[in-house]
Design a protein around this ligand. Sequence first.
Ligand code: MG
Length: 345
Amino acid sequence: MILNYTSFDLLYKHPFGVSSNTRTSTTSVFIKIDFEGRTGYGEACLPAYLGENVNDTIAFFELAKPLLAKYAKAFSVTEVVIEIDRLTKQNNAAKAAIDIALNDLAGKLYEKPFYDLMKFGKSEPMSTSFTIGIDEESKLENKINEAADYNILKIKAGTKDDKSLINAIRKYTDKPLYVDINQGWKNKEEVLDMIFWLKEKNVILIEQPMPLSMVDEMAWVTERSPIITVADESIKRFNDLQVLNGAFSAVNIKLMKCAGLMEALKMIEFSKKNNIKILLGCMAESSCATSAMAQLMKFADYIDLDAPNLLKNDPFYGVTYKNGKVFLNDLLGIGVEPKTDLFKI
Ligand code: MG
């Protein structure tokens, strides 16, 4: 197998994020793995807060090249992914790119979409949440109007002004909300009071209300919470899920955190067995990695897969969006095609 990569800046349609951290672009490193006349595509999405950068990611791909090159005949994606994972402790986004490309390649070699290759079948279209970046209240009405197609809105909160923010949103829309606190709240009694207040405002779920370290407090909140509590920063990989079982009622699985589709499937299996709800999420991926994740929609209770719609220069065709829902296609592998010749190699 031969691996090539290229880095590419993804530009947001609108500045994205809360006012203190407004972002206009992010970088992904795209890879292709060629084998027996077929090509699998993958993506490592590298938003700054993830702590992985382009140089480290490229260094990881160079490390993986000889390992992949030794596969000259049939290969098992599961085995290769385990070997790749052993190369370093970190680099989850880079590992995800290789896992995605291998699964795309396997689908093309066996001439099946990934969901058929894995025998769980194609998911019906599902409503995704759509994140509205909130900078100032005067722009809120516009932002909500721009999200008119979507059935669920997601907002980033976690300040002292959260009640006024929600009240302001409720002047313009009564759509269900997902609220992401990004570890912003510290006092468990106040957190629970806020959650009860949010439930009255048609908030469906609350993501990562408290810091990573506050596991016991989080378990106390989850036990009493009338809405779903979702772990995001607290659970990156499968082992975190086992350790934190009970502290949240749901997990936000993202390919860039968990190192790819194979581990995401393990996390899904564990979650189903242990009555943990599943949110499939994303960072700022293009249609490449988002289409890979969408293959698993069938297992999701909730999805937050809006990233391609936030971009103005998405280099891939993949999943499509209509009436706020994500639609899978019938293409082989993860269901993507590059729009341009990304790899001028
Ligand atoms: Mg989050």
